[in-house]
Design a protein around this ligand. Structure first.
Ligand code: FAD
Length: 309
């Protein structure tokens, strides 16, 4: 029987099974928390308490999907999952009280999740943001604004660094345990991948806010394009005197609103663990010996006394 809760779970209620893993290393006396198992999502005793945000409220009210800014992909739905004495049959229990092994579950899951979800999946988010910024630049006739070109270039460089970290984590992956046929990402690069994204995403949001302008947070409703009282004003002034339609400019600006002024900043920061979690993992795998030896060789340093290395 399992009793407890986990907050912030993406889309769990939409899947077939939930895999539950330990959330940290465990120690003697914490055997009851050293568990891993799978359970059908609708097992007796499981309750989902869904997220509710201003974006959720907007979805409840809206009669035109395009007002949501991201009509094709919608938003990520999370929930808090409560287990109230949920029965798990033994054939779905993978770990039960053997606290010495909990940390292996955590690290193997974390490096994989940080390479994919925490890391490279945000490359897709960035593609959308960069595409929207480039379109806005063109729609507003700002193609020759060198600082905007420079900002777009910075966004692309950040995106490619995020992609590169994920690829490096995969390419440097290894069979673990040896002979198992299971390959897992590199611990260092998997965690660096997420750390890098966490910082790069804020910067990309800031650059997109600059290019998208104040309108990203002050945009009127798309309904105004059909409102006989104001539609001519909207078409004239939100068309920015360019050949592009106000409708396109408004739709793309709304997409930027969705990415930069909503849930994605904090979601990207905390998804796959707060940055301190990645730093703790990194501290475990970095030993600095290689770098220290380079300096010792470069400077031909004398052998150091024990305890002062
Ligand atoms: C949009 C979104 C989707 C998510 N989807 C999933 C999912 O599908 N599956 C899943 O398992 N998880 C999911 N998560 C959970 C995510 O992994 C957690 O949000 C993340 O691990 C941070 O945990 P927390 O939000 O409880 O913050 P906390 O752990 O409370 O951290 C908040 C701050 O407090 C600090 N802190 C916390 N504890 C300590 C401590 N003991 N000592 C010192 N400092 C501390 C942290 O470093 C951080 O600065 C999702 C999160 C988000 C935001």
């Amino acid at each position: 029987m399992v009793k407890g809760a986990k907050i912030n779970i993406s889309g769990a209620f939409g899947s077939h099974y939930i895999n539950v893993l330990p959330q940290a290393a465990h120690y003697k006396g914490e055997e009851d928390y050293a568990v891993a198992f799978a359970t059908p999502v609708d097992a007796e005793g499981i309750t989902y308490i869904c997220q509710y945000t201003p974006y959720s409220a907007e979805r409840d009210q809206v009669d035109d999907m395009e007002e949501l800014g991201n009509p094709l992909y919608g938003q990520r739905e999370t929930s808090m999952v409560v287990f109230d004495n949920v029965f798990v049959p033994w054939d779905r229990v993978f770990h039960c009280g053997e606290y010495q092994y909990s940390v292996k579950f955590v690290t193997r899951f974390a490096k994989t999740h940080r390479m994919t979800c925490g890391g490279t999946c945000k490359v897709g988010f960035m593609n959308q943001i960069i595409g929207a910024c480039k379109l806005i630049q063109e729609y507003k006739g700002l193609d020759k604004a060198t600082h905007i070109n420079d900002q777009l270039m910075e966004m692309v460089a950040l995106r490619e660094t995020c992609r590169a970290c994920g690829m490096a984590a995969a390419q440097r992956g290894a069979e673990e345990p040896k002979g198992s046929g299971v390959y897992l990402p590199d611990e260092l690069m998997g965690n660096v991948s997420k750390l890098n994204v966490a910082n790069a995403f804020w910067r990309i949001m800031a650059l997109a806010g600059d290019i998208g302008a104040g309108l990203v947070v002050t945009l009127p409703s798309l309904k105004e394009l059909k409102n006989p009282e104001v539609k001519d004003y909207v078409n004239e002034y939100l068309g920015f005197g360019s050949d592009s339609s106000a409708e396109n400019i408004m739709k793309v600006t709304k997409l930027l609103q969705n990415w930069t002024a909503g849930l994605h900043g904090v979601g990207t920061w905390h998804g796959a663990g707060p940055i301190m979690a990645q730093k703790i993992m990194l501290q475990r795998v970095i030993d600095y010996e290689h770098e220290k030896n380079l300096v010792r060789q470069t400077l031909n340093l004398k052998e150091e006394k024990k305890g002062k290395q």
